[in-house]
Design a protein around this ligand. Sequence first.
Ligand code: GZL
Length: 320
Amino acid sequence: MQSKRRTLLAAACLAACFASPASFAAKPLVIGFSQVGAESEWRTANTVSIKDAAKKDGITLKFADAQQKQENQVKAIRSFIAQRVDLIAFSPVVESGWDTVLREAKAAKIPVVLTDRAVNVSDPSLYVTFIGSDFVEEGRRAGRWLVERTAKLPNPVINIVELQGTVGSAPALDRKKGFEEVIAGNPKLKVIRSQTGDFTRAKGKEVMEAFLKAEGKKINVLYAHNDDMAIGAIQAIEEAGLKPGKDILVISIDGVKGAFEAMLAGKLNVTVECSPLLGPQLMQLARDIVAGKPVPRRITTVEGVFPAEVAAKEFPNRKY
Ligand code: GZL
């Protein structure tokens, strides 16, 4: 018995001598993630995707919800630097005001990845890559749907009201830009009111109530920068005694389940997809960057457009 134990012990020591340094040194990757907030169905799905992917990948995720405040994101990034995480990723609530804190991350030699939204910085080396959607193209897709949908209508003018996303955010700036680019050449299509609803249902309803009070039955179309504001606006339209989807065409962006439910109820006409499911790609990116592998400067997600006519067929396939 003694000799058997001695043999086992010797084998264990031998194995330890030849174990690769990595097997001793291998500790889970640590990512600090600063999230915008929990303002919409899209954001909730984005957070679930990131947390699930980290868990599945054995990555330690330090997650901070900024409640849509830039100062909270700056604080979180500074905390991640102090904790010496391996990589920082964040979805910047607005485009500007990041140079100082990103310079601190660079000085600490911690790589930074932008997810979902972009930033305006003086030094492009302040972040390694951006993974997310092309918001200008999303705005163009919304505009193209409207141009096609209204081409044969007899109306001399089609009056549009616009619910913008968070002021200063990349999706709000770019979705407005893309939509305007497409309708610019069309004399029939006119934006008569445009105001931020901050990407939330509550604010979307509140601003739509104000639009209806000011313009009433003159409104033919609502263009909302996300489904949550559109869903809030739909409530306002119904409370004003009008039929959303019929009296007022409703166009929005994200492609969340709530939008498909509204389309199935005949209250929303089209949603332009903006995928929040960035988690798995982000984890792989983090591993590649920390391992020193080259990664593309920008990774754009592939997305579609879902008019109400295809909602019933597509709904069972939706993942968020
Ligand atoms: C888009 C994302 C936007 C969504 C909104 O990538 O930043 O923020 O369209 C969310 O629903 O609030």
